[in-house]
Design a binder for this molecule. Sequence first.
Ligand code: MG
Ligand code: MG
Length: 272
Amino acid sequence: MIKVKTLEEIELMRESALIVSKTLGMLATELKPGVTTNQLDKLAETFIRDHGAEPGFLGLYGCPSTLLTSVNEAVVHGLPTDKPLEEGDIVSIDCGTLKNGFYGDHAYTFELGEVAPETKKLLEITKQSLYEGIRAFTNGNRVGDVGFAIQNFCEAEGYGVVRELVGHGLGKKMHEDPEMPNYGRRGRGKKFVEGMVVAIEPMINLGTHRVKQLKDGWTIVTADGKPSAHFEHDVALINGKPEILSTFAYIYEALGIASDEEKEFRQQDLVL
Ligand code: MG
Ligand code: MG
């Protein structure tokens, strides 16, 4: 059952989404070759607690960490390790927060130094596909419209769209109805209504869409060992239009990137 939120609840969710966005911005300043994902995990946990929130993943479904860190061919659900990150790696960092009883859930794929051009393009297209999906999250549209927008955009580049893992409704639970696949058919699936909040999160592979799970019981990797990218925003349906609650602005500030990509999806000014 889809749980729609009041405007007051959506403001609480914006707070959770902004804490997790800030956390990723802080991590952006720490990410360099030699750092380990376990070190990042500890920094993130402290940062989230210092901001009056709880880590959203820690303990959820038995998750042992604050972050899920997926390096190179890892798609999602990578557990932090003591292996130092290297120049040329990409790392998808997925993070959750819980504050005022509501979850935030947000992910970004970072580059360490110079990465291969084809990998750089995968990240760019995957991030663009996130906005293609968000643009289709409007009153009266359906789950399949978002999935179609993402799939169509990424498959046009020859990329593989992961089927086994999907976006989701977000609220007092990390995973609420509806499931939000990154593939689909226009006009199919549950209808979007005012007050819905969803996490839209394309997981896109450079090669095959097929994936497998490692023996750790968590990490999902591409079947062909090629890189994978993951970007995620929390989005509310307000006045019939998508309103992004999370933001990459803290990451861009840390990395010195100028971008107005989220502007189209804001009905109120972002207060950083
Ligand atoms: Mg996530
Ligand atoms: Mg999610």
